[in-house]
Design a protein around this ligand. Structure first.
Ligand code: ADP
Length: 239
C-alpha cells in the first residue's frame, strides 16, 4: 500500500438543501501522514457527511479539503469501510474486492485478501463466508485500491464482541505494517482508545471540533490498562 497521505480539511460550511441550519461549520483539521484519527461524536452530528466530503463524493460545501496538497475531488479515491460489509452476493470474495475501483487487478485483489487473512477464501461467495470473513472481505476491498487513505465509517457497530476484537486487531496490524492514513468515524470511545493516535471530538449543531486528544501509546502495544485509561480520558473530555 502507498504510504498514507497528509490531509488538510477546512470546511467553512456544509448545509443540506432545504435544511434550516448547516450540518458542519468552521471545521478545520490537519491529519498527519500515516496517522489514525478518530472522529468521535453522537449519531446524527455529521460524521458521515464529513467522510463523504473528504472522499470527494460530496462537493456541495464551502471550503477546501486537500489530500497530499491535491483537492480531494481530484485525488485517488480512498478505501471505504462501512457499518455493513455491502458485498455483492453473486460475486466471489475475489471479485467483490475487485469492485473497489476500475482496474483493480486479480493480483492486487489477492494481495488485499491476504492482508485480511482470506487468501484461501478468494473463490468463495459471500453466503459461504462467516460474518467475520465477510467483514474482512470488505476491509480487503477497502485496501485493494492501494490509495493509502482509509475511511472507516462506524465499522464495528452491531458486531459481537469476538468480532470487534478480531477487527480491532486486524486494523491495528494493518496500521502498523502498511502505515495508511486512517480516519475512523465512531460514537464509541473504545474504538478511539484501541485504534487512534488522535481524537477529534465533535459536538454542537452545526458540528465543530470542541476538543482534541493525542493518544501517544503505540497502537499495537496498548494493553487493557492503557485502553481503559484512554477510554476514561476521552469520556471525561467529551462530557
Ligand atoms: P452521523 O454520521 O454523525 O450520524 P450524518 O452525517 O449522517 O451524521 O448526518 C448529519 C445530519 O445531516 C443529520 O441531521 C442528517 O439528518 C443530515 N443529513 C445527512 N444526509 C442528508 C441528506 N442527504 N439530506 C439532508 N440531510 C441529511
Amino acid at each position: 500500500m502507498a504510504s498514507g497521505p497528509g490531509l488538510k480539511i477546512s470546511i467553512d460550511e456544509k448545509r443540506y438543501p432545504g435544511s434550516t441550519a448547516p450540518t458542519l461549520s468552521g471545521f478545520k483539521a490537519e491529519i498527519a501522514p500515516g496517522s489514525v484519527t478518530a472522529i468521535l461524536g453522537p449519531s446524527g452530528i455529521g460524521k458521515s457527511t464529513l467522510l463523504r466530503i473528504i472522499a470527494g463524493i460530496d462537493r456541495d460545501y464551502s471550503g477546501h479539503v486537500t489530500i497530499n496538497g491535491q483537492p480531494a475531488a481530484e485525488a485517488a479515491p480512498p478505501g471505504f469501510l462501512f457499518q455493513d460489509p455491502r458485498l455483492l452476493p453473486w460475486l466471489t470474495a475475489l471479485d467483490n474486492v475487485r469492485t473497489a475501483g476500475v482496474g483493480v487487478s486479480i493480483e492486487q485483489a489477492i494481495v488485499a485478501l491476504g492482508k485480511t487473512g482470506l487468501a484461501g477464501q478468494a473463490s468463495l461467495y459471500p453466503h459461504q463466508l462467516s460474518g467475520g470473513m465477510q467483514r474482512r472481505a470488505a476491509l480487503a476491498r477497502a485496501l485493494a485500491l492501494n490509495a493509502g487513505l482509509l475511511l472507516l465509517d462506524e465499522p464495528f457497530v452491531s458486531l459481537d464482541r469476538a468480532l470487534v476484537e478480531e477487527m480491532y486487531n486486524l486494523i491495528a496490524s494493518i496500521a502498523a505494517s502498511d502505515g495508511p492514513t486512517m480516519l475512523l468515524v465512531t460514537h464509541m470511545a473504545e474504538d478511539a482508545a484501541r485504534l487512534a493516535n488522535n481524537v477529534l471530538i465533535l459536538s454542537g449543531r452545526p458540528a465543530t471540533i470542541t476538543d482534541q486528544l493525542t493518544l501517544s501509546a503505540p497502537i499495537a502495544e496498548r494493553d487493557s490498562n492503557a485502553i481503559a485509561r484512554y477510554v476514561e480520558m476521552i469520556e471525561t473530555t467529551r462530557d
